[in-house]
Design a protein. Structure first.
Lengths: 112, 117
């Protein structure tokens, strides 16, 4: 079945460590996105990519990095520079600009 | 920059009744899209309905319909014959057509919908 797979579902990180969240899609979508969700804040855009080997910062990119080496994959690295990384992270993809975005099931990151 | 505002943090409705969730948005773009997403306790984001700004006709999907008032920049969601499975967080979102590029969506803070049996 086509869809978006995020892994792991739960992730624990010690302070000062970098951690990478995986996002894979088999929908043949060109665009991929990373959002962060905090209680009472809705979803906020971290990074997005319209095409392989190209990506753009979203509204809250500081402390995060991404890569887009393959159309199917858009991993997100939460670096030690991110001051408050504990959150729920959602990956999404779409065929083209602002048509329906399909979401993965999310990764809950907790800093311990 | 776009903004999306949902002024109702929480709404409650009796099963089988109708409820309307409010959303206002602000954008300087002329070509944009509006969406309602549902997030149940599983936290999976599910598209409920979408509206293209250039279409005057309000979108409908079974029990879900919108009231799109372009001049007022209002995009409310009406759920008819509410069911227990409709209980969830509902997010209003907007996106613009950026000349072939995908800039991502701007989301409101959400409305928690409670269905009373």
């Amino acid at each position: 079945d086509g869809g978006i797979t995020q892994s792991p579902k739960y992730l624990f990180r010690k302070e000062g460590q970098n951690v990478t969240l995986s996002c894979e899609q088999n929908l043949n979508h060109d665009a991929m996105y990373w959002y962060r969700q905090d209680p009472g804040q809705g979803l906020r855009l971290i990074y997005y990519s319209q095409i392989v080997n190209d990506f753009q910062k979203g509204d809250i990119a500081e402390g995060y990095s991404v890569s887009r080496e393959k159309k199917e994959s858009f991993p997100l690295t939460v670096t030690s520079a991110q001051k408050n990384p504990t959150a729920f992270y959602l990956c999404a993809s779409s065929i083209k600009a602002n048509t329906e975005a399909f979401f993965g099931q999310g990764t809950r990151l907790t800093v311990v | 920059a776009q903004t999306v505002t949902q002024s109702q943090p929480e709404m409650s409705v009796q099963e089988a009744e109708t409820v309307t969730l409010s959303c206002t948005y602000d954008t300087s773009e002329s070509d944009y899209y509006l969406f309602w997403y549902k997030q149940p306790p599983s936290r999976q984001m599910i598209l409920v309905i979408r509206q293209e700004a250039y279409k005057q006709q309000n979108a409908t999907e079974n029990r879900f319909s919108v009231n799109f008032q372009k001049a007022a920049k209002s995009f409310s969601l009406k759920i008819s014959d509410s069911q227990l499975g409709d209980a969830a967080m509902y997010f209003c979102a907007s996106g613009i057509w950026a000349g072939g590029g995908a800039d991502g969506l701007t989301f409101g803070k959400g409305t928690h919908l409670i269905i009373q049996p």
